[in-house]
Design a protein around this ligand. Structure first.
Ligand code: SF4
Ligand code: SF4
Length: 404
């Protein structure tokens, strides 16, 4: 256990890991020399650890903040789904059950409607009235990805949180997760881009008129109810697929997110433009490989100076485990100031005001998502303005409605 190790024991372990990580078992003279040189690098220990735990305000503590944000978003989605279900039941029972208002936030589960509305807005410069919250939520999540890598997946998305809970369960019960070989991993990762291309193609070939007539059709008006029905009256094939995905996620880290989620593919592509990235300072780094081992996306964090990959979800797991002060950060590009290994203050200066802590990242995510939702509400573009009589007519017959 980390807590019971003395500092000397931990240091020896880190140096041993550095030697193993660097030499890679190759055994030739050049590699051995390089490994020895790396092991000689001075480890400037990161401060602030108390019995292996980091304070919530520690700059590297993304984990506690991320888990708190994930919990809030999972609970928020449960609340939205329950309220939406009660709202639908009110109309299905002819007004005999509890009356609640329709929660527009549930449209976060309608990304295709969001994408269609976004295209409509860009083409007509008019904000569409139907399922407009889907568009604002999509814009908020795209903006989050543009600024802070694919943080939507590891901080906000409830499916991402469920995936993480499942692989952590597998790791706890089985002792490890399964890593697919590269020849299988790479083509499988392409699947989510194929699915994304399909949805983008559907939106791309739809004109503004087509989008408007779909959204205002009977089916389009209650496409959210149709989505609920998809899960309430689930077909055997979909149920079996879901069970396979859930069981598979216990063994394979982020099975759905890594290989199949088109939303993840979209925000991943946008995240390539993010100015914030995981960045490694080669002078402070002691090549212990702990960051790469901790990365749930299996990225070579210990080899790169910055992590450009569309698979990096800004989960900050790598930052949390790094034992060297200022070696790894989620940051803007460093200051040009140089510092020799061992020059503690010089390396710190290089990253000052450029690295985001878990607390600040949490605040910024709240500001971006909350700001866009707030702006939509203030300008009257949040609720879908469909008269109650229309819902009273359509919802009880939703199952009979076919896609136009
Ligand atoms: S490199 Fe890996 S561990 Fe680090 S933030 Fe990205 S996904 Fe997380
Ligand atoms: S960045 Fe940190 S965790 Fe990664 S290899 Fe360097 S010292 Fe180790």
């Amino acid at each position: 256990m980390q807590e019971t190790k003395t500092q000397e024991e931990e240091e020896a372990e880190i140096k041993k890991a550095a030697l193993i990580g660097s030499s890679n078992g190759g055994g030739n003279d050049e590699e051995d020399e390089a490994a020895a040189a790396r092991a000689k690098k001075i480890l400037i220990r990161r401060p602030g650890m108390v019995r292996g735990r980091m304070s919530w305000l520690d700059r590297r503590n993304g984990r506690s903040w991320r888990h708190a944000v994930q919990t809030v978003f999972v609970l928020l989605n449960v609340y939205l789904c329950v309220q939406f279900y009660l709202w639908v039941r009110y109309y299905e029972t002819g007004g005999a059950s509890l009356k609640v208002t329709r929660p527009p936030g549930v449209e976060g589960w309608l990304p295709i409607a969001g994408l269609m509305n976004l295209k409509y807005t860009l083409m007509t410069l008019n904000i569409p009235p139907i399922h407009v919250a889907a568009m604002f939520l999509l814009v908020a999540f795209l903006l989050v990805s543009l600024l802070f890598k694919k943080s939507f997946c590891s901080w906000l998305c409830p499916v991402g949180s469920l995936s993480e809970a499942l692989w952590r369960l597998g790791q706890k019960v089985l002792g490890r997760n399964v890593t697919l070989p590269r020849w299988l991993d790479i083509p499988l990762r392409a699947l989510k881009y194929v699915l994304l291309a399909f949805f983008v193609w559907i939106v791309a070939i739809s004109s503004a008129d087509t989008i408007e007539s779909f959204m205002t059709s009977s089916y389009g008006l209650i496409v959210d109810v149709k989505m609920l029905d998809f899960f309430r009256h689930i077909s055997n094939i979909v149920l079996i697929t879901l069970i396979v995905l859930v069981i598979g996620s216990v063994f394979i880290k982020n099975l759905w997110c890594r290989y199949l989620c088109p939303y993840g593919a979209l925000v991943g592509l946008i995240s390539l433009l993010s100015p914030f990235k995981i960045r490694r300072d080669a002078e402070a780094c002691i090549d212990c490989t702990k960051c790469a081992k901790a990365c749930p996306s299996q990225l070579p964090v210990d080899k790169k100076l910055q992590m450009r990959s569309a698979e990096c979800t800004a989960c900050l797991s790598c930052v949390a485990v790094c034992p060297a002060k200022d070696a790894l950060q989620f940051s803007l590009p460093p200051d040009k100031k140089t510092a020799a290994n061992g020059d503690d203050s010089g390396i710190s200066r290089r990253w000052r005001k450029r690295a985001l802590s878990g607390a600040v990242l949490t605040l910024l995510l709240v500001v971006v998502v909350g700001g866009i939702i707030g702006a939509a509400k203030i300008t009257g573009h949040w609720q879908t303005p469909v008269p109650e009589a229309v819902y009273r007519d359509l919802i009880p017959n939703a199952r009979e409605l076919a896609h136009p």
